[in-house]
Design a protein around this ligand. Structure first.
Ligand code: CA
Length: 229
Protein backbone atom coordinates (compact mmCIF):
# COMPACT_ATOMS: atom_id res chain seq x y z
CA UNK A 1 0.00 0.00 0.00
CA UNK A 2 1.38 3.39 -0.97
CA UNK A 3 1.19 5.84 1.90
CA UNK A 4 0.98 9.60 1.38
CA UNK A 5 1.70 11.95 4.26
CA UNK A 6 -0.54 15.04 4.08
CA UNK A 7 0.73 18.05 6.01
CA UNK A 8 -2.09 20.60 5.90
CA UNK A 9 -3.75 22.78 8.52
CA UNK A 10 -6.87 23.72 6.55
CA UNK A 11 -9.40 20.96 7.27
CA UNK A 12 -11.31 21.37 4.00
CA UNK A 13 -8.20 21.09 1.84
CA UNK A 14 -6.91 18.19 3.90
CA UNK A 15 -10.24 16.40 3.45
CA UNK A 16 -10.20 16.87 -0.33
CA UNK A 17 -6.64 15.59 -0.57
CA UNK A 18 -7.40 12.62 1.66
CA UNK A 19 -10.66 11.65 -0.11
CA UNK A 20 -9.22 11.80 -3.61
CA UNK A 21 -6.08 9.94 -2.66
CA UNK A 22 -8.16 7.25 -0.92
CA UNK A 23 -10.40 6.89 -3.96
CA UNK A 24 -7.27 6.25 -6.04
CA UNK A 25 -6.12 3.51 -3.69
CA UNK A 26 -3.60 5.42 -1.59
CA UNK A 27 -3.34 5.25 2.17
CA UNK A 28 -2.93 8.64 3.90
CA UNK A 29 -1.84 10.09 7.20
CA UNK A 30 -2.65 13.68 8.16
CA UNK A 31 -0.47 16.01 10.24
CA UNK A 32 -1.84 19.50 10.90
CA UNK A 33 1.26 21.12 12.39
CA UNK A 34 4.66 21.71 10.82
CA UNK A 35 6.57 20.98 14.00
CA UNK A 36 5.23 17.41 14.23
CA UNK A 37 6.46 16.19 10.86
CA UNK A 38 10.09 15.35 11.63
CA UNK A 39 9.28 13.24 14.68
CA UNK A 40 6.58 11.33 12.79
CA UNK A 41 8.83 10.63 9.80
CA UNK A 42 11.59 9.36 12.04
CA UNK A 43 9.26 6.60 13.22
CA UNK A 44 7.05 5.91 10.23
CA UNK A 45 7.52 5.56 6.54
CA UNK A 46 5.75 7.48 3.80
CA UNK A 47 6.10 7.12 0.04
CA UNK A 48 5.40 10.79 -0.63
CA UNK A 49 4.63 13.94 1.33
CA UNK A 50 2.22 16.72 0.33
CA UNK A 51 3.53 19.69 2.26
CA UNK A 52 1.62 22.94 2.71
CA UNK A 53 3.74 26.04 3.26
CA UNK A 54 1.77 28.13 5.74
CA UNK A 55 1.53 25.88 8.79
CA UNK A 56 1.37 26.37 12.55
CA UNK A 57 4.48 25.47 14.55
CA UNK A 58 6.99 25.45 11.69
CA UNK A 59 6.47 26.56 8.10
CA UNK A 60 6.65 24.15 5.19
CA UNK A 61 9.98 25.54 3.97
CA UNK A 62 11.67 24.79 7.28
CA UNK A 63 9.96 21.39 7.44
CA UNK A 64 11.25 20.51 3.98
CA UNK A 65 14.79 21.48 4.92
CA UNK A 66 14.66 19.55 8.20
CA UNK A 67 13.25 16.41 6.55
CA UNK A 68 15.94 16.45 3.84
CA UNK A 69 18.58 16.11 6.53
CA UNK A 70 17.56 12.51 7.10
CA UNK A 71 15.06 11.41 4.46
CA UNK A 72 14.72 11.27 0.68
CA UNK A 73 10.91 10.93 0.78
CA UNK A 74 9.49 12.64 -2.35
CA UNK A 75 8.12 16.05 -1.33
CA UNK A 76 5.46 18.02 -3.17
CA UNK A 77 5.17 21.54 -1.79
CA UNK A 78 1.68 23.05 -1.83
CA UNK A 79 1.60 26.80 -2.08
CA UNK A 80 -1.17 29.36 -2.26
CA UNK A 81 0.60 31.66 -4.68
CA UNK A 82 2.17 31.01 -8.04
CA UNK A 83 4.56 33.91 -7.43
CA UNK A 84 6.02 32.05 -4.46
CA UNK A 85 7.29 29.18 -6.57
CA UNK A 86 10.30 30.98 -8.05
CA UNK A 87 11.36 32.04 -4.59
CA UNK A 88 10.90 28.51 -3.22
CA UNK A 89 12.89 27.01 -6.10
CA UNK A 90 15.68 29.50 -5.42
CA UNK A 91 15.96 28.31 -1.84
CA UNK A 92 17.01 24.82 -2.97
CA UNK A 93 15.21 23.09 -0.17
CA UNK A 94 15.22 19.71 -1.82
CA UNK A 95 11.50 19.55 -2.67
CA UNK A 96 10.67 17.48 -5.76
CA UNK A 97 7.61 19.24 -7.11
CA UNK A 98 5.19 22.12 -6.46
CA UNK A 99 1.44 22.37 -6.58
CA UNK A 100 -0.46 25.67 -6.54
CA UNK A 101 -3.64 26.33 -4.60
CA UNK A 102 -6.35 26.32 -5.71
CA UNK A 103 -5.80 23.01 -7.48
CA UNK A 104 -8.28 20.57 -8.91
CA UNK A 105 -8.28 17.24 -7.06
CA UNK A 106 -7.73 15.55 -10.38
CA UNK A 107 -4.60 17.58 -11.03
CA UNK A 108 -3.35 16.83 -7.50
CA UNK A 109 -3.76 13.05 -7.96
CA UNK A 110 -2.12 13.22 -11.39
CA UNK A 111 0.87 15.08 -10.02
CA UNK A 112 1.19 12.68 -7.07
CA UNK A 113 1.17 9.70 -9.43
CA UNK A 114 3.78 11.30 -11.67
CA UNK A 115 6.07 12.10 -8.75
CA UNK A 116 5.71 8.58 -7.34
CA UNK A 117 6.59 7.13 -10.73
CA UNK A 118 9.62 9.37 -10.98
CA UNK A 119 10.85 8.56 -7.51
CA UNK A 120 10.33 4.84 -7.97
CA UNK A 121 12.82 4.85 -10.79
CA UNK A 122 15.38 5.34 -8.05
CA UNK A 123 16.12 2.00 -6.39
CA UNK A 124 14.47 1.80 -3.00
CA UNK A 125 14.02 -0.90 -0.43
CA UNK A 126 10.20 -0.84 -0.51
CA UNK A 127 10.26 -1.94 -4.15
CA UNK A 128 11.67 -5.23 -2.98
CA UNK A 129 8.83 -5.88 -0.53
CA UNK A 130 10.91 -4.61 2.37
CA UNK A 131 8.93 -2.58 4.91
CA UNK A 132 9.41 -1.17 8.36
CA UNK A 133 6.53 -1.54 10.79
CA UNK A 134 6.99 1.19 13.42
CA UNK A 135 4.06 0.09 15.58
CA UNK A 136 5.68 -3.28 16.25
CA UNK A 137 9.36 -2.34 15.81
CA UNK A 138 9.78 -4.97 13.19
CA UNK A 139 10.93 -5.26 9.64
CA UNK A 140 8.88 -7.18 7.11
CA UNK A 141 10.34 -8.76 4.01
CA UNK A 142 8.22 -10.88 1.69
CA UNK A 143 6.26 -13.08 4.12
CA UNK A 144 8.77 -13.02 6.95
CA UNK A 145 9.13 -10.56 9.79
CA UNK A 146 11.89 -9.79 12.20
CA UNK A 147 11.33 -8.04 15.54
CA UNK A 148 13.96 -5.49 16.51
CA UNK A 149 14.87 -3.44 19.56
CA UNK A 150 13.97 0.27 19.48
CA UNK A 151 17.58 1.26 18.78
CA UNK A 152 18.03 -1.36 16.05
CA UNK A 153 14.78 -0.25 14.45
CA UNK A 154 15.84 3.41 14.51
CA UNK A 155 19.22 2.54 12.95
CA UNK A 156 17.64 0.51 10.18
CA UNK A 157 15.01 3.18 9.54
CA UNK A 158 17.59 5.96 9.25
CA UNK A 159 19.90 3.98 6.96
CA UNK A 160 17.18 2.53 4.74
CA UNK A 161 15.42 5.87 4.21
CA UNK A 162 18.39 7.03 2.16
CA UNK A 163 19.81 4.00 0.37
CA UNK A 164 23.43 4.46 -0.56
CA UNK A 165 24.02 7.36 1.79
CA UNK A 166 26.95 6.75 4.11
CA UNK A 167 26.53 7.69 7.77
CA UNK A 168 29.49 8.10 10.07
CA UNK A 169 29.22 6.64 13.56
CA UNK A 170 28.90 10.13 15.04
CA UNK A 171 26.04 10.97 12.64
CA UNK A 172 24.28 7.79 13.71
CA UNK A 173 24.80 8.70 17.36
CA UNK A 174 23.36 12.19 16.82
CA UNK A 175 20.31 10.88 15.02
CA UNK A 176 19.50 7.79 17.03
CA UNK A 177 20.53 8.09 20.62
CA UNK A 178 18.89 10.50 23.03
CA UNK A 179 21.89 10.83 25.32
CA UNK A 180 24.80 11.41 22.96
CA UNK A 181 27.48 11.55 25.62
CA UNK A 182 27.22 8.03 26.92
CA UNK A 183 27.24 6.42 23.49
CA UNK A 184 30.58 5.40 22.01
CA UNK A 185 31.45 4.28 18.49
CA UNK A 186 31.71 0.76 19.89
CA UNK A 187 28.11 0.91 21.07
CA UNK A 188 27.03 1.77 17.54
CA UNK A 189 29.12 -1.06 16.11
CA UNK A 190 27.62 -3.51 18.55
CA UNK A 191 24.04 -2.46 17.72
CA UNK A 192 24.77 -2.72 14.00
CA UNK A 193 26.29 -6.15 14.54
CA UNK A 194 23.18 -7.38 16.36
CA UNK A 195 20.92 -5.85 13.73
CA UNK A 196 22.79 -7.56 10.89
CA UNK A 197 22.71 -10.80 12.79
CA UNK A 198 18.93 -10.67 13.23
CA UNK A 199 18.34 -9.69 9.61
CA UNK A 200 20.56 -12.51 8.39
CA UNK A 201 18.98 -15.08 10.71
CA UNK A 202 15.33 -14.19 10.21
CA UNK A 203 14.92 -12.29 7.00
CA UNK A 204 17.30 -12.64 4.12
CA UNK A 205 20.79 -13.84 3.35
CA UNK A 206 21.32 -10.74 1.24
CA UNK A 207 23.64 -8.25 2.84
CA UNK A 208 21.80 -4.93 3.11
CA UNK A 209 23.79 -3.05 5.75
CA UNK A 210 27.31 -2.42 4.53
CA UNK A 211 30.37 -1.24 6.43
CA UNK A 212 32.29 1.47 4.68
CA UNK A 213 35.86 1.09 5.87
CA UNK A 214 37.09 4.04 7.90
CA UNK A 215 33.81 5.91 7.48
CA UNK A 216 30.69 4.23 8.77
CA UNK A 217 27.69 2.38 7.41
CA UNK A 218 25.21 2.48 4.56
CA UNK A 219 22.09 0.65 3.49
CA UNK A 220 22.07 -0.76 -0.01
CA UNK A 221 19.80 -3.34 -1.52
CA UNK A 222 21.70 -5.72 -3.79
CA UNK A 223 20.97 -5.27 -7.46
CA UNK A 224 18.80 -8.25 -8.45
CA UNK A 225 19.91 -8.03 -12.04
CA UNK A 226 23.55 -8.37 -11.06
CA UNK A 227 22.82 -11.32 -8.80
CA UNK A 228 20.87 -13.18 -11.43
CA UNK A 229 23.19 -12.35 -14.29
CA1 CA B 1 -1.94 26.42 5.50
Amino acid sequence: MTRILIVEDEPQIAAIERDYLHSHGYETHLIERGDEVVAWLKNHSADLMLLDIMLPGMDGLQVCKAVREFSQVPIMMVTARVEEIDRILGLELGADDYLCKPFSPREMVGRVKALLRRSQLKPSASQHGFHLDAERYQVVYQDRNCPLSAVEFALLKLLSDTPGRIYSRSQLIENIYTDHRVVSDRTVDSHIKKLRHKLAAELTDKEIIHSVYGVGYKFEWPDENLINA
